[in-house]
Design a binder for this molecule. Sequence first.
Ligand SMILES: [Zn+2]
Length: 307
Amino acid sequence: MEASQRDRRCGGRPRREGDGPPGEGDGLRRQGVDPLPPYTVRVSARARRVRLVMSPAEGLVVVVPRGFALPRIPQVVAEHAAWIRRARRRLEQQARRAGALPDTALDADDGLPRWLLLRALGEAWAVGVDAARGRPAATDGLADARSVPAGLTLAGQVWIPAPLVRRGPVGWAPFLRRWLAGRARAGLLPWLERLARERGFRLAGSSVGCPKTRWGSCSAAGHVRLSLKLLFLPPELVEHVLIHELCHTVHLHHGPAFWRLVHRHDPRAAEHRRRLRGAWSYVPGWLRPARSIGPSAADRGMGRPLP
Ligand SMILES: [Zn+2]
């Protein structure tokens, strides 16, 4: 068993680990916002009784002996919700110490992100549920500077109205997308405009969008449109994308002259292009298209003129 795994045999008392306030998450459950976490059920010939296992790779797994009444499982999971939350938090702490923060560890049980890690701006925003207008209530207690990944500062908390959270992703995802678009307009567009001024590019205009696969695009008129998903990328990769799009204001193609210009403005362009191919892993799952995105598709999409 990995060091990061935690077992719990049902029937015993939950272990007291002292990490997390008592009653944490109660507010959410009372409102019916946060029912049961997703889990995998595994029937084991060797298991003598039910066990809950939490691991980074698989999340929550419910191991049951053969012949166990499967309809009882939701009840078993519900009874151990407090332990599940503590185990998740321990995994997050371990992931932070290891310098990795898998998306799954950051998302709440219903897929609602707990954090928005805007690496481009060096900001971490905690996500909370606003139970009543003007009265912040239920959170996971994570809006805490100690929980912020290294290199980012706790910028604040984003409150999502509880009715939107109750509707699931169709409720909260558009809300968060609008919020992110605002951060991108405030943080990315001035960056692009400053870069254009400093490097002598003629930028006709700029805007923010949320295209499926492109990080940005540039129109024949010299209007650059940036994806709000850039917010999640490290600053050096964002700057590379900004330079890429600004170079399209000179060359609206991906020919040798275009790449010479890119490399002149970004001496580490080759490294940045390579890293950009894996950069989708920085973007939270709820913002990625349902189908997996090939790196070449994302790369090809860059800088095409807007229709
Ligand atoms: Zn391009």
